[in-house]
Design a protein around this ligand. Structure first.
Ligand code: HEM
Length: 489
């Protein structure tokens, strides 16, 4: 009898507790912020709306979480994801405000396991003067002509080496190939490491390092996070060895890589540990974002023969011209191929390699009549803006020609694949340059390619800040058959 009573009463008690908790929270927020808090639901206690968020992220339309709520509540709504009350913005102006705000208003906010793995001195986590200093140093080096020349030489070398092994009618895993290429190119730019034992060591441990980024925040022997931290330690040791050797050698006037750039800084705030941590964090785009950009461009082009043809014609034309002049293509040739750049821009818009960025509000912030309460997270979602039919006609259609229309502007609030403000990605030019070189060789070396299987792109990073873009999960079944038919150039 007693047991029956307990079984009957427990669910009622729990439901009452949950309702009480939700009502209290809503009343508290309402009394503090009036009607300015965006509409939306905080979901269940503790888990909030996380389950719905994650299940949408695993579909081929991760934005469905946003779209559903946007229809119900408007472009900015409240939710509760990953243990934190969150304001989600799918509004381009609100996103811009968030990106432009400084560290007195918003700071980056990441899940605990990511924070631990990145280390507290990572550029992705630090704020204020130090972040601006490192960003400025890296940004200037990445923009330099000298680095672009080096990237072009390296990229051509690795692309050609890779493509030389693409046999006719044999499946090629584009994602794997582009990862290998981009990682080698970036590691060279970061620490001047060439292929060999140390590079293999880095590749091995880097894979272990990134595999723990989406793990439980428990670092005990045997856990994923622990293994990842160990892998990072091993990599950091190797990078520190390079740093020490350079310090002993003395300052170089013309930096040849990012290690030199950071060592040349005179502020003395850049310790060896800080430099090593940041070098490892910057390997992430080489392993993840840039290869995804190349893979997605390959996929979208295979679905749009007109675009592939125009791209091929543009690239064959410049190749013929350069062959006649007996000159190789230089970095500025690649970056000034107009249609190639439109292909990359459209891939960035549709592919949403980084879905958005997350921040935490350090004080109550009012934007466009909405309040973001102090201590809440805010998720500036780029994907919803890039796929909004009010901003782009037929947004799910790969249409590179849209970028030749007058009102289409790369600097508009409606286009932010590389973020913006003080944290605007310093690797924009490098990413575009690497993708242009890859596309040039793809279409000039091969006449056609047929996808055997489409990549299933599972955007896990929907709930993770942009900088942790390595968490995009791409299944590696993106096989391509390349018919090796040479053009008569
Ligand atoms: C398609 C390729 C890429 C995409 C879509 C991309 C996107 C982004 C985005 C959206 C941010 C802003 C993060 C935030 O606001 O929290 C960012 C930051 C950053 N990116 Fe990229 N990125 C790419 C390639 C690269 C490359 C090749 C590098 C070179 C190492 C790079 C280095 C960085 C760094 C260091 C930051 C942090 C900047 C800071 O917080 O000051 N990215 N990236």
């Amino acid at each position: 009898m007693d047991t029956t009573w307990i079984l009957f009463a427990t669910p009622i008690f729990l439901c009452t507790l949950i309702l009480y908790y939700r009502n209290r929270l809503s009343l508290k927020l309402k009394s503090k912020h009036g009607n300015q808090l965006p509409l939306g639901s905080l979901g269940w206690p503790f888990i909030g709306e996380t389950i719905d968020f994650v299940s949408c992220a695993y579909t081929d339309r991760p934005e469905s979480f946003m779209t559903k709520r946007r229809t119900m509540y408007g472009k900015v709504f409240k939710s509760h994801i990953f243990g934190s009350p969150t304001i989600v913005s799918t509004d381009a102006d609100v996103n811009k405000f968030i990106l432009q705000s400084d560290a007195k208003v918003f700071v980056p906010s990441y899940p605990k396991s990511l924070m631990k793995l990145m280390g507290e001195s990572s550029i992705l986590l630090i704020n204020g003067t130090l972040q601006r200093r490192i960003h400025g140093l890296i940004g200037a080096f990445f923009k330099s002509q000298q680095l672009k020349i080096q990237i072009t030489t390296d990229m051509e070398k690795y692309v050609q080496e890779s493509m030389a092994n693409w046999k006719e009618d044999q499946p090629i895993y584009i994602q794997d190939e582009t990862k290998k290429i981009a990682f080698h190119v970036l590691v060279k730019a970061l620490i001047s490491l060439d292929p060999g034992e140390e590079m293999e060591f880095l590749i091995k441990h880097f894979k272990e390092f990134i595999s723990g980024l989406m793990s439980l925040p428990i670092s005990l022997p045997g856990t994923k996070l622990y293994q990842s931290l160990q892998a990072k330690k091993k990599m950091a040791k190797l990078v520190r060895k390079t740093i020490e050797a350079r310090r002993n050698k003395g300052v170089t006037e013309v930096p040849k890589d990012v290690v030199d750039v950071l060592l040349n800084d005179t502020s003395e705030k850049l310790t060896d540990d800080l430099i090593a941590d940041n070098i490892i964090d910057m390997m992430i785009p080489g392993e993840d974002s840039v290869p995804i950009l190349m893979t997605l461009a390959t996929k979208y082009l295979s679905e749009c023969p007109d675009a592939l043809q125009q791209l091929t014609e543009e690239n064959i034309k410049i190749k013929k011209l350069k062959d006649q002049l007996e000159e190789p293509l230089c970095w500025s040739d690649y970056l000034s191929l107009p249609f190639t750049q439109k292909i990359i821009t459209e891939t960035l818009r549709m592919g949403n390699i980084i879905n958005g960025v997350m921040r935490k509000a350090l004080k109550d912030v009012e934007i466009k009549g909405y309040i973001i309460p102090q201590g809440w997270c805010v998720f500036a979602n780029f994907r919803s803006v890039h796929l909004d039919e009010k901003n782009y006609d037929c947004p799910y259609q790969f249409n590179p020609w849209r970028w030749q229309e007058k009102d289409m502007n790369l600097n508009s609030n409606n286009f932010s694949p590389f973020g913006g403000g003080q944290r605007l990605c310093p690797g924009i030019d490098l990413a575009r340059l690497e993708a242009s070189i890859y596309l040039h060789h793809l279409v000039t070396q091969f006449r056609s390619y047929n996808p055997i299987m489409h990549a299933f792109l599972c955007s896990l990073e929907e709930f993770i800040p942009a900088s942790f873009r390595l968490l995009i999960k791409v299944k590696k079944h993106n096989a391509m058959t390349i018919r090796h038919l040479k053009y008569n150039v």
